[in-house]
Design a protein around this ligand. Structure first.
Ligand code: UGY
Ligand code: MN
Length: 246
């Protein structure tokens, strides 16, 4: 029998593991017929927000980005999207990046469609155009080997251009793959595991994690990870990039 006083979730000063067992729903104006779990946001000290939206039949997300850009990724199911005059049906593994000050509308989801979002207040850069709407999809063929280790592959989902101040990448660890070093860096991360299992080290604490779990890493939170089990271990992650270290 499970004991309800236990969870794998932890929330610390410079990192958090958020497992789905502790989710409590939020209401977001304009987002209807859905449940919204705000997994990461400024209340925990973060400079990004990360949510998981689960849409029911008839679910609808209508709104306008303001100071913050929003990246929407289809974790499961499918949904119709209209952004800035462009319409598409997005299916599992596809995404849309909605820049600042754009209207968006998501309709007609299949029951249980799940969207993961990353939100960041946009920092303009003199001489660089503000990015436009961007569609794309997960594709292992577009994921080069990382640091000469064939067990590690990273796909960059957004263009690697100075106009973008956020990156969203998919990191695939095959069996036996691990980060080649403990990373210590100024960039912040939000992530969600899409597949498999792993052991993550955060600020010298060790955590077992699996599909559906999310992690927040503040700047300079030391990090290392290794895949566990027979399946690939895969996560999608946010990173702030391309701006001066003020
Ligand atoms: O891009 C990164 O910093 C990445 N290698 N970090 C991580 O996966 N924890
Ligand atoms: Mn990192």
């Amino acid at each position: 029998m499970e004991i309800s006083a236990l969870t794998r979730s932890v929330v610390k000063r410079n990192h958090a593991i958020i497992a789905p067992d502790g989710y409590i729903n939020s209401n977001v104006p304009g987002w209807t017929n859905c449940t919204v779990n705000v997994i990461i946001n400024e209340q925990m000290g973060a400079r990004l927000a990360q949510t998981l939206i689960t849409l029911r039949d008839g679910g609808r997300l209508e709104g306008q980005t303001k100071a913050a850009q929003i990246f929407f990724y289809v974790v499961e199911g499918q949904v119709q999207v209209a952004v800035d005059g462009q319409e598409r049906r997005l299916t599992q593994g596809q995404f849309v990046y909605v820049p600042i000050e754009k209207d968006y509308l998501f309709t007609g989801p299949t029951e249980g469609t799940q969207l993961l979002t990353f939100h960041k207040v946009y920092e303009p850069l003199e001489g660089q155009a503000v990015p436009g709407v961007h569609f794309g999809e997960r594709d292992i063929a577009k994921a080069p080997v990382y640091m000469n280790d064939p067990a590690l592959r990273i796909q960059e989902l957004l263009p690697n251009e100075l106009g973008f101040d956020m990156a969203v990448n998919i990191f695939t660890y095959s069996t036996g793959g691990n980060l080649p070093m403990v990373e210590t860096h100024i960039m912040e991360h939000g992530l969600m595991y899409l597949e498999g299992k792993a052991i993550y080290m955060l600020d010298q604490h060790w955590y077992p994690v699996k599909k559906g779990d999310s992690i927040w890493m503040a700047p300079y939170c030391q990090q290392w990870a290794t895949a566990m089990g027979q399946e690939d271990s895969v996560y999608i992650y946010y990173k702030n990039v391309n701006r001066f270290p003020t």
